[in-house]
Design a protein around this ligand. Structure first.
Ligand SMILES: [Zn+2]
Length: 171
């Protein structure tokens, strides 16, 4: 089932999500299945549960946009173990549609987490995958990519979004 993606301005996007404590449940599997469907329908490379209004530490990532099964990753209760290097690249967010800006991120990242059965996993990412992992983990902390921009750029985008909200074009 495709769920509604909540947009910037909804408080659920800016509060830390809670940990998953029950694995292997129909609710968790259903949430993850819906998140894949919602992400692909929106043509995103990643989606975090708060973006569908669920404040849980769950994210899905597919940097191949559905082209390569081996590029699909589920992160549950992820923790960053290590970050190295630096990359700058354009970033966008399904909750902030229409805005893309260069964001500085680590180039290599190692993350520990759980799969949907509760098994501990470790995942290494570099370049685009590292960027996607860090962007989604930020979401689970209630942080949006706007936080990584200069205050000036952030204010310009916020003002544009406010106008869209007033015009009823941001829902
Ligand atoms: Zn995002």
């Amino acid at each position: 089932m495709i769920r509604k993606i909540v947009k910037y301005g909804d408080p659920v996007l800016e509060k830390p999500a809670g940990p998953v404590t029950n694995f292997n449940t129909p609710e968790l599997r259903g949430l993850i299945a819906d998140m894949w469907e919602t992400m692909y329908a929106a043509k995103g490379l990643g989606l975090a549960a708060p973006q569908v209004g669920i404040s849980l530490r769950v994210a899905v990532i597919d940097t191949s946009a559905g082209e390569d099964e081996s590029k699909k990753f589920i992160l549950i209760n992820p923790e960053i173990l290590n970050q190295e290097g630096m990359q700058v690249g354009e970033e966008g967010c399904l909750s902030i549609p229409g805005f893309r800006e260069p964001v500085k991120r680590a180039n290599l990242v190692r993350v520990a987490g759980h799969d949907e059965s509760g098994h501990r996993i470790e995942l290494d990412g570099m370049e685009l995958l590292a960027r996607a992992m860090l962007h989604e983990i930020d979401h689970l902390h209630g942080i949006l990519f706007l936080s990584h921009l200069s205050p000036l750029k952030r204010d310009i985008i916020r003002r544009k979004i406010k106008k869209l909200q007033k015009a009823g074009e941001w829902d």
